[in-house]
Design a protein around this ligand. Structure first.
Ligand code: PLP
Length: 359
């Protein structure tokens, strides 16, 4: 394991070895136990993955105090989001209902993309002046619609890395039986703010209008192995399953995810690493007087003076790939939190930018 506290300076990034801080990956790399599980599973990978897949579903269910029938395993949570959106649209149309999707703006856009592919209207509700969800405006859009609204809420949100407190979401869900809430909790494991509650708590209380998606791509660093899942009431999961690709789980991903769930040490290291990396970045942003939002995920949304595209291009010249601007949030850049070592390197480049008058 790399230790999360030793913030050594890495060699300067090069064309061949750039610093990748643009896709919210976990550059700590997966747990060594997960890697070993993949190696051990390879000789049997000519078989279909059913056994490991079933075992993983059981283990995920157990981790949430739920049952296997409350879990739909996805090829990454992207597939789970796709299946939930397609299922809800299909069910509404089958019942002769109108259907629309409501999303905050900016947010992670897969729900929007999958809905648009089916010709469904997507209502985009801008974040408020604090770059938080405008819950009242989203609620109004749902209340005024004579049909099914699918409300996608990413919590913590991507690209802002901020949470929406449960007391803003839960009362709305409880009062809106005919609205389907898709809560994307891809980054939930990084959250320390007690005002955040997982939507899984509502599923445990038998609410049928909530689906939560989770992933192994972020906290467990398995992005390339594609394991995610949806959690919901069993009746909803049964409908979601109709839209999932059969045998969607690769054997390597399944065993790596199982080993990750058992590796509590890695979970702690992964969280601590991001906290250390975040501190390195926020210290520098404070020193440089660059505004940022309170990050509760493995990335941070911060202001840059001037054109964000210019900043991004200049970083690229230094072989540092930072995230991009997410209109309508103009003037803000999304930065993935790599390892503490990587962020120390990033900070030295950022400080060089200051000395050149670029930030
Ligand atoms: N949801 C959010 C908010 C994300 O940021 C991402 C990936 O960046 C995903 C879902 C998709 O993750 P995956 O399909 O790897 O589970």
């Amino acid at each position: 394991h790399q230790t999360a506290t030793a913030a050594k300076v890495l060699p300067t990034p090069t064309k061949e070895q750039p610093l990748l801080l643009n896709f919210n990956e976990n550059s700590l790399g997966m747990s060594p136990k997960a890697q070993q599980a993949v190696v051990n599973a390879l000789p049997q990978a000519f078989r279909y993955p059913d056994a490991a897949r079933e075992q993983l579903i059981e283990k995920i269910a157990e981790s949430h105090k739920l049952q296997s029938k409350n879990i739909s395993l996805g090829n990454g949570s992207s597939e789970s989001i796709q299946a939930v959106v397609q299922m809800a649209i299909y069910q509404a149309q089958k019942a002769g209902q109108k259907v629309q999707v409501i999303v905050p703006d900016p947010t992670f856009n897969y729900a929007e993309l999958y809905a648009k592919a089916l010709g469904v209207t997507v209502i985009k509700v801008s974040l408020n002046d604090k770059l938080a969800f405008d819950i009242n405006a989203m609620k109004k859009a749902a209340d005024e619609f004579p049909g099914l609204s699918i409300v996608y809420l990413c919590n913590p949100n991507n690209p802002t890395a901020t949470i929406t407190p449960a007391d803003q979401i839960d009362p709305w869900i409880k009062a809106s039986e005919r609205t389907l809430f898709l809560l994307d909790e891809a980054y939930a494991e990084f959250v320390t703010d007690p005002r955040f509650h997982s939507g899984i708590e509502l599923i445990l209380k038998q609410h049928k209008n909530v689906v939560v998606t989770r992933t192994f791509s972020k906290i467990y660093a398995l992005a390339g192995l594609r394991i995610g899942y949806a959690v919901a009431h069993e009746e909803i999961i049964a409908q979601v399953e109709d839209f999932i690709s059969l045998d969607n789980t690769n054997a390597a991903g399944a065993v790596a995810a199982l080993a990750s769930l058992e590796d509590k040490t890695f979970l702690t290291i992964s969280k601590t690493s991001v906290e250390t990396a975040r501190k390195i970045v926020t210290n520098a942003l404070n020193e440089l007087g660059l505004e940022y939002l309170p990050s509760q995920a493995n990335f941070i949304f911060h202001k840059v003076p001037g054109e964000v595209k210019t900043y991004q291009d200049r970083m690229k010249e230094y072989h540092v790939f930072v995230g991009r601007e997410f209109p309508p949030a103009k003037g803000w850049n999304r930065l993935t939190l790599g390892t503490p070592e990587e962020m120390t390197t990033f900070v030295s480049v950022l400080k060089e930018f200051r000395s050149k008058g670029w930030v």
